[in-house]
Design a protein around this ligand. Sequence first.
Ligand code: NCD
Length: 373
Amino acid sequence: MKVGLNRGCMRSLIDVVDLTVEEIDELINVANDIIENPEKYQEKCKGKKLATLFYEPSTRTRLSFTAAMMELGGNVLGFSEASSSSAMKGESIADTAKMLSCYADIIAMRSPKEGAPFVASKAASIPVINAGDGGHCHPTQTLGDLLTIKREVGRLDNLTVGFCGDLKYGRTVHSFINALSRYKNIKIVLISPEELKLPNYVKYEVLDKNKMEYRETTSLEEAIPGLDVLYMTRIQQERFVDIDEYNRLKDSYILTVDKLQNAKDSLVIMHPLPRVNEISVKVDDDKRACYFKQALYGKYMRMALILKLLDEAKKNPQKEQMYNLDEVVFDKFTCTNPRCITSTEQELTQIFKCVDKKNGIYRCIYCEKKANN
Ligand code: NCD
């Protein structure tokens, strides 16, 4: 289920597929130009304000958004934890987004609730960027990941990409696979424990629907030799209901210098960071380790994205239409995902979208969980 935004209207970025491949190429070109000619961009956002609304911990994403706006000559306001916002008093996401539309020109929002930035984008009169929603998606991390591959490998097609670790809750993985599904000849290797396999909505709606070649394995050692890119991830402790399960799974995969012996010379090792124990620090000296560069590239892509969305908001200030009414049903099902924004904001209309007419499959428009029908 892809939300998809109406062209010709003010744009937000909720899911990576809200951008076309051509638009992603354009962002990559702008990011490369920023890297080459930073001085050209240092006043582009003069007088503009970015609001960073972070209801969940973050180092890289929030600070790279902040650095991005500062390097464009703009200003930043916001909060970095829910406890210092009116969310503590029970303010809804929609009300907060409406308020912020009076104070800022663009919003970057992170929330533990899946679909929260989507709700904000419907209420705000300024562009909203999803900076990570629960275990769902993280499109701006993906933009930085794509620039990393483009610069380090030189291409975005004909690649075998291995994802290792927490593929169930790792939102960076979900968004990245979605983005890769639009390039040619991508082979995906999913390396995870049984308990942390890729969710079905990514498997069915992205890999299967796009007829992508993929396989699942539990062995990192077995997968490594065939990979062009290895994307390591942290086991997402904060999403586990059962802490004993987390403790059992937390050190499932540790990339060491030894394990890299059979890897390609040209392998690109990525990690969205923070790393907990998944990559030995000794690997940092390997020329194939790209995770710190990846964090830097994320900042340049966020700069390019802020420029694009502000420019489009200026050209097309009118709001997008709400939904394609042919595809959605209102209050017919109730989402059972405890991480969905509808679980805490009970006044939100339950909206489900039909993703498979033949088999009558509907998915929640906020978090993509399948309806129990
Ligand atoms: C990731 C996230 O928040 O999903 N971090 C980030 O934004 N770079 C990955 C993680 O927390 O494991």
